[in-house]
Design a protein around this ligand. Structure first.
Ligand code: NCD
Length: 315
C-alpha cells in the first residue's frame, strides 16, 4: 500500500491487517509512556483545506505518538487564501521533505490528484474529500464494531465483520463517511443497509454494495449496529426535507428506536453531532453509544495507517 485514498483500495486481508495493527496500537496507548519510536526522523504534514476538529487532532496525535515530526497546515491564514493552487502547495511541501501528507479538501478527488499527478513522492492519506470518501473514518468505525461485536460473546466470530448487520442512517447524499463505510464494511463481510429519505440518497446508490430503505423503524429490527450521519446543513443549497422536526420524527435516533434493537447492538456517529436533529442527547449519551470511543479508536487506527504506509516494509 503506497497511499490511502479510498476504502476501496483495501483488500479484506489489508483491512484486517490494519485493524490488527490498530489493536496493537491500543495496547501501546494504555502504557504510561505512549510514544513509540517507529517514525522517528519522518515528517508528516497535515494539510487541511476544510474545517475539522476530530480528524485533524487525531492524525496529529497519531503521528506524534509514533515520534514523527508533524507540521499542521490549515488553509485559513496560509497562501491558499491568496489563491495558491493545490499543485503549488504540494510542490512546497515536497521541497520541505514531507514523507506523508494527510489531506482534507472540499473538492472530491483532491487527494487522488495529489497522489497521482506526480507532484509529490510522499504517501498521501485522504482525510475526507468533498462528499466522496473518508477511509480512516471507515477504518475506525470497522475497528469499533469489531471490538464490540466480534468474539467475546458477540454475535460474530473471526477476524473480520462477517455476518454483522449494520444500518447507516441519514444524510448519505453529502456524506463521505457513508460511502467509505459501505465499501469497507462490505469488504469485511458485513451487510449494510442505508436508511434515508429519497432526497438524501446519491444518484447511483443502487450500484453500491448495500441495501437501501426509506423506513427506519422497519430497518432497525435485527441490526447489530446503527450509525447516525450528520445532516450536513453547510452542503445543502436547497430544501432536502420539509422541516427539522419532520426529519427527526422519521430519521432521528432516539431512545424509543434504540429499544427496537437487539440487546448487544451499538450506536455510532462520526461526529460532529447535531443533537436534537439526527440523534437525541439521550441516545448519544446512552448505554449503547460508542461515540466517544470512536474518537479514541481513531488515533489507534491512524497510527496503524501511518505505520503501515511509512514503516511497513522494514517492519
Ligand atoms: C465527518 C467528516 O468530516 O466527513 N466527520 C469526521 O471526520 N469526524 C462527518 C461529518 O462532518 O459529518
Amino acid at each position: 500500500m503506497r497511499h490511502l485514498l479510498s476504502a476501496a483500495d483495501l483488500s479484506r486481508e489489508e483491512a484486517v491487517q490494519l485493524l490488527d495493527v490498530a489493536e496493537q496500537m491500543v495496547g501501546t496507548q494504555q502504557r504510561e509512556i505512549k510514544k513509540l519510536p517507529a517514525l522517528r526522523g519522518r515528517t508528516v504534514v497535515n494539510l487541511f483545506f476544510e474545517d475539522s476538529t476530530r480528524t485533524r487532532i487525531s492524525f496529529e496525535a497519531a503521528a506524534k505518538r509514533l515520534s514523527a515530526d508533524v507540521i499542521t497546515f490549515s488553509a485559513k491564514g496560509s497562501s491558499v487564501s491568496k489563491g495558491e493552487s493545490l499543485k503549488d502547495t504540494a510542490l512546497t511541501l515536497e521541497a520541505m521533505g514531507a514523507d506523508a501528507v494527510v489531506v482534507r479538501h472540499p473538492a472530491s478527488g483532491a487527494p487522488h490528484r495529489l497522489a497521482r499527478a506526480g507532484w509529490t513522492r510522499s504517501a498521501v492519506l485522504n482525510a475526507g474529500d468533498g462528499t466522496h470518501e473518508h477511509p480512516t473514518q471507515a477504518l475506525l468505525d470497522a475497528f469499533t464494531l469489531r471490538r464490540h461485536l466480534v468474539g467475546g460473546g458477540g454475535p460474530a466470530t473471526g477476524a473480520d465483520l462477517a455476518g454483522l448487520r449494520v444500518g447507516i442512517v441519514g444524510d448519505v447524499l453529502h456524506s463521505r463517511v457513508a460511502r467509505s463505510d459501505v465499501l469497507l464494511l462490505h469488504t469485511l463481510g458485513a451487510q449494510v443497509t442505508l436508511v434515508a429519505p429519497p432526497t438524501l440518497l446519491p444518484v447511483g446508490v443502487e450500484s453500491w454494495p448495500c441495501r437501501v430503505s426509506y423506513d427506519l423503524d422497519a430497518a432497525l429490527e435485527g441490526l447489530d449496529a446503527v450509525m447516525a450521519l450528520r445532516v450536513q446543513l453547510e452542503r445543502m443549497d436547497a430544501a432536502f426535507f420539509p422541516s427539522a422536526r419532520e426529519y427527526s420524527r422519521r430519521y432521528g435516533l432516539d431512545a424509543r428506536r434504540l429499544a427496537l434493537l437487539p440487546e448487544h447492538a451499538v450506536l455510532l456517529h462520526p461526529g460532529p453531532m447535531n443533537r436534537g436533529l439526527e440523534i437525541t442527547a439521550e441516545a448519544a449519551d446512552g448505554a449503547r453509544s460508542r461515540i466517544v470511543e470512536q474518537v479514541s479508536n481513531g488515533v489507534a487506527v491512524r497510527m496503524a495507517a501511518l505505520y503501515l504506509l511509512l514503516a511497513g516494509e522494514d517492519a
